[in-house]
Ligand binder design. Sequence first.
Ligand code: MG
Length: 308
Amino acid sequence: MDARSPETSGLSGLIPTGAELAVLGTGATWSEGPVWIPATQSVRWSDIPADRILEYSTIDGSLSVYATDVEFTNGRTLDRDGSVIQCSHGRRRVERDRGGAVTPIVDSYNGVRLNSPNDVVVAADGSIWFSDPPYGIVVSIEGHPGEREYGDNFVFRHDLETGETRPVIIDIEEPNGLAFSPDGSILYVSDTSAALRSVGGNHHIRAYDVDGTRCKNGRVFAVIEDGMSDGFRVDIEGNVWTSTASGVTIYSPDGGRLGHIAVPETVSNLCFGGPDGTTLFITATTSLYSIATSTRDATTTPACAQEA
Ligand code: MG
């Protein structure tokens, strides 16, 4: 394990004194979609261009290839039963991995295929909310080039009980990362539509009031001047921890910039985990990093951080 003292400006209440940024594993092409898996005390993430899923064990510090030929998985989250919900660019769907058995959850809207689901969260009511930008149907290193069959890029809510898939946000150009506030009343979604363009597009996080199964009052929460907010998480205080080109930037619930953790590679995404839920795991280009924090994910209690 390589460790270094990070630049953690403005984060005295969130990062313990002396915390070190550690490289846990490297050798990936483009890392994304980390999730903490309590049952195995491991972090699982996507190496999208290599079309494989990697896993790092905090028990013995080992890095392993969890699966290959996975149809370009991207973002993932843990469902309440401990199974993993993940996005597949190649299969143009959201799917479930339960003990290595992968089954579809949702792959269509209104009779046509989704674009390439990018990131996913589970709401308090058990419904699955996911972003559907075009990044997995544009270039062959991230999926299979194809058409946007419903002609847009939405955020959807999928109801597991009724099977209904409904757009909840339609005014983001290219939605990407997403996360709920601690009480579920706000949904944050990033727009990374500047990613594929030389000029124009957005690189910000928007916030929406969640009104039952609908999102209203969309507004810009934070503009990411340093690259993109590809992926992010919200802590128990409601702070938003987002990827940027040079590390992880933390915003308070009112959108104020609290500070920044410098990371030597472009960051794509992150998740909280570890035995007590307070370790921040960071996927950044070729590597998985970690750093200790003084908080945990808004959706994770200490008990469920330790148990499956
Ligand atoms: Mg993403």
